[in-house]
Ligand binder design. Structure first.
Ligand code: RIB
Length: 306
């Protein structure tokens, strides 16, 4: 079983479903409101655990009622929360507007996530025993750097989702094995709008890149093999929140199991396609049998080379 540690955020997503998002100065009426456990770190942890990984999370929830609910949601999906601290004060929140096409706009207020500025005793031991460390940018950069450096010291593969996007310091890039931006983040990081060009630019900084392209699938590029686009299953999206996190969590499990990269990418795409057909972030993430069932008809075993 793939052992995965996620160093990342937990947020309560406060989600309003609307026909179209309000413009500045406009008030619109939504059709529904939900509170859904989310946060890029917690989402990746839940996705990986449901996909069959042995997963632990490092981060913080607040001392408010959201904090307890966030912790329980992780545990209910089988994520180990022993190193998830409870910080005095509010949990992280994400204010999400989902439109009728399934697209979203999100404002994140870090809350307890902002208290995780460095690794705590025990964190490095946990990371050292993992196959992969998953990181995003919703914790303070100092903690992300600490975690990635610790993983690198112990030969643990690091997977970084550069979201919310910000310039990446060279010392973080130096300890990143796989970078997984979406196409907008890749363009912002490189100044190159075309995903293939952006991937080539990123390969000068990290050895392997997967750029997620939404309904168009993903682009894989590494220093060892030619770039390839892996198409996504054709589905009708109702809510894309957490789709990228589902993809990354499932991808980490498949890579940790030693599956060929092309197969791992297609399997992770099936997981993300299942996620977008349901509302919410962590609540919409599929369990392994469902991913396998949707993957089987699309997969020809001889077709493993990306
Ligand atoms: O990637 C989706 C997540 O981003 C949401 O769950 C929200 O919490 C924000 O962190």
């Amino acid at each position: 079983m793939t052992t995965i540690v996620v160093l990342g955020s937990t947020n309560m997503d406060l989600v309003a479903y609307v026909a179209h998002p309000p413009k500045r100065g406009e008030t619109v009426t939504g059709r529904a409101f939900r509170t859904v456990p989310g946060g890029k770190g917690a989402n990746q942890a839940v996705a990986a655990a449901r996909a069959g990984g042995d997963v632990a999370v490092i981060g913080a929830v607040g001392s408010d009622p959201f904090g307890e609910r966030l912790r329980h949601a992780l545990e209910a999906s089988g994520v180990d929360t022993d190193l998830l601290r409870t910080a005095d004060g509010p949990s992280g929140t994400a204010h999400v507007v989902v439109d009728d096409d399934g697209g979203n706009a999100i404002v994140v207020v870090p809350g307890a996530n902002g208290t995780v500025t460095a690794l705590s005793p025990g964190d490095e031991t946990l990371i050292a025993a993992a196959d992969l460390l998953l990181l995003q940018l919703e914790l303070p950069l100092s903690a992300v750097l600490d975690g990635a450096a610790a993983a690198h010291r112990h030969g643990v593969r690091t997977v970084l989702t550069p979201a919310p996007v910000q310039p990446l310091p060279p010392e973080l890039l130096a300890v990143t094995d796989l970078l997984v931006p979406n196409e907008h983040e890749a363009a912002q990081l490189t100044g190159v709008a075309d995903p293939l060009g952006a991937a080539q630019a990123l390969l000068r900084q990290v050895p392997e890149v997967v750029i997620t392209l939404g309904a168009a699938g993903c682009l894989h590029a590494s220093r060892d093999c030619a770039p390839t686009v892996v198409p996504a299953p054709l589905v009708r999206a109702v809510d894309t929140t957490g789709a990228g996190d589902t993809f990354t969590g499932a991808l980490a499990v498949a890579l940790g199991e030693g599956r060929p990269v092309g197969e791992a990418l297609r399997w992770a795409s099936c997981a993300a396609a299942l996620c977008v057909q349901r509302e919410g972030a962590s609540t919409s993430m599929p369990y392994r049998p469902e991913i396998d069932a949707s993957f089987a008809p699309t997969h020809a075993p001889e077709d493993d080379t990306p």
